[in-house]
Design a protein around this ligand. Structure first.
Ligand code: TXA
Ligand code: MG
Length: 353
């Protein structure tokens, strides 16, 4: 166990732990903080979470205050054993158990009718609860040692890109958390897929780390119903507002099949005299090698794009650009979730070329 920082009034206890076999003392200390009603930032396979005891109303309230998150946006309860599902949810359908057997631990969050005993702020007053079993040894060890389900949103300030490294957590929340478990960069890089099983047919509320195609094998009539700002309909997933997961810079999202036309339209933006940054896959980025602009490559696959997306947004913000140019990816596999996050960062506006 390495202790990376001195205990200061406003600094978290920061422990570097192995992602495969986290040291027991660090886990025990973090679990004590959870049981005492504190906040622990911890890694999952998707993004870092900001955790508190899901059954402690005051601790859950601290999460909302730390993030600056509206009380109308419910949290995900994280479990370490599928049996814990029955403590949190009631009338759990067979389909939920089937999906849990197939995809847990993993990047799938299930929305189910909530059990009566949960604090109201965890679910933002809804009669449903979101539950997930993360696939990360540190998360599992922490939940087991704490002996309770852990409520955890992504460990970023509200509307900022989700954190994929411990440094991102510190950048947003250093003064708010008691303990930070740092196991290096997360494996997937964007958040879990959220599936609402209280509706018939089930609805995909947020595309994420588990591809839609994998779910369709179990739920052929699955409805893709992400909610965007401006929808007249009442919101099933309050946290899926547009202008979310966003860099500070304006993000312009271009879509088109003709590479040359897309590049020309982007170049016109760069020529317009703004401080522009590019966030593109490797092949697209290569087309701008002659220009003196800041480039963050999203690699050459949907998996790499998922992994790099939020870090790239933060890096371009750090470089002080006013405007980020990005291109709409293929909406297949993890590409659907990447597209969703880009569209939200672009406040819902696609520039068709
Ligand atoms: O991968 C993830 O899901 C990460 C890691 C830490 O597990 N967590 C995460 O949490 O992304 P958060 O709070 O940033 O996003 C949770 C989303 C929000 O959009 C919220 O509105 C939605 O889940 N949600 C939670 N409870 C819900 C419910 N009962 N009904 C509908 N949506 C719900
Ligand atoms: Mg979030």
């Amino acid at each position: 166990m390495t202790r990376k920082s001195d205990p200061n009034v406003n600094e978290p206890q920061h422990f570097r732990v192995s992602a495969e076999q986290p040291a027991a003392p660090a886990i025990a200390l973090a679990a004590r903080a959870i049981k005492a009603g504190g906040l622990v930032a911890f890694p999952t396979e998707t993004v870092y979470g900001l955790g508190a005891n899901a059954r402690d109303e005051d601790a859950v309230d601290k999460i909302f205050r730390a993030k600056g998150r509206p009380a109308t946006d419910p949290l995900i309860a994280h479990i370490a054993d599928a049996d814990q599902l029955n403590d949190l949810a009631r009338d759990v359908p067979d389909l939920a158990h089937e999906l849990a057997r197939r995809f847990w631990p993993g990047a799938l969050t299930l929305v189910l009718p909530k059990s009566a005993a949960l604090p109201a702020n965890l679910t933002a007053g809804l009669d449903t609860v979101a539950v997930r079993m993360p696939n990360h040894a540190v998360a599992t060890a922490l939940i087991e040692a704490a002996g309770v389900a852990i409520a955890a949103p992504s460990a970023n300030r509200f509307s900022r890109p989700s954190p994929t490294t411990a440094q991102h957590v510190l950048d947003d929340l250093a003064t708010e958390i008691d303990v930070l478990l740092d196991a290096g960069p997360t494996a997937i890089g964007l958040e879990s897929t959220i599936l609402d099983l209280t509706r018939d047919p089930p609805q995909l509320l947020r595309p994420g780390g588990l591809p839609l195609e994998a779910l369709r094998q179990f739920i052929p009539d699955l409805r893709f119903a992400p909610r965007f700002l401006g929808d007249a309909e009442a919101a099933p997933a309050p946290g899926t507002l547009l202008k979310h997961y966003s860099p500070r810079a304006e993000l312009l999202l271009f879509q088109g099949h003709d590479d040359a036309a897309v590049y020309a339209t982007m170049r016109a933006q760069i020529a317009a005299g703004r401080r522009v940054g590019l966030m593109l896959n490797a092949a697209d980025a290569a087309a701008f090698a002659d220009l003196d602009v800041k480039v963050e490559s999203l690699g050459d696959s949907a998996e790499q794009a998922a992994l790099r997306l939020f870090a790239a947004m933060r890096a371009l913000d750090g470089a002080g650009v006013d405007c980020i140019l990005a291109r709409s990816p293929e909406k297949r596999g993890l590409g659907l979730a990447v597209w969703d996050r880009l569209l939200r960062a672009a406040e819902g506006t696609l520039i068709e070329v």
